[in-house]
Design a protein around this ligand. Sequence first.
Ligand code: HPA
Length: 281
Amino acid sequence: MDEFYSRIQIEGATAIVRNRTHFQPTVGVVLGSGLSELANSVENADIIESSQIPHWPKSTVTGHKGKLIIGRLSGKVVMMLQGRSHFYEGLSVNQITLPVRVMASIGIKTLIVTNAAGGINPSFRGGDLMLIKDHINLPGLAGNNPLRGPNDDQVGVRFPDMTHPYDPELRKIAREVAAQADFSVQEGVYTYVAGPSFETPAELRFIKMIGGDAVGMSTVPSVIVARHAGMRVLGISSITNMAHLDPDESDATSHEEVLEAGKEIVPRLETLLRGVIKRLD
Ligand code: HPA
């Protein structure tokens, strides 16, 4: 298989999606670990099995279902990805970002990405929601950037600016929606690691030192591809567990804990998603 996708391959995948729905989505939503039941709130949904779309990466992780749901939410037409693929599953960074390339090619202008993350900032608690204001792409800084390879100038520039990876206006709307619904949201820097092993205490202290407020194994490659294509992005992390920076004080971190906490967060996340989508132009 080719290392990089051509425009023809992306358009081929896009054509299959277009053929299976009469909707024209304007908002893309990626649902992270333990959050996939949010897709049930989409009305009149067309459901596409991602296995039917050429080049679409397969999701192999519990809590990631691999379906595309296209329909109405809060008066807008959304395309939701119920589950995503990760670099740690053995896929390339190009493969895991193909869904966002397809979203861009279908004409989606706003992307909302959600994920489960470990909390590093000591003022956070498990069960918090964090609006992502910036990110640190550790694998990317070391060479694994999703834009590595030939650049399609019709999609975006070779060297995209990353001063505002997460749209300040969308974050403001999200804060207002949370305030109206009477719950608080944190804001912070998401640090992307490749996984799948959770971080060691020393790695976590390093991430804290370089300015990370939360840590997780997804999202950032998709955001870079989305920004390259000119989409505006809202990123929301569910802080499913506090990361253990001190080995003497802590229990183990587990995927089950992450999925359980995700369930408790779903109602607030749903309020946030519905409220923000309603207020989009
Ligand atoms: N580390 C990395 N990824 C995660 C974590 C974590 O503690 N929690 C949820 N996803």
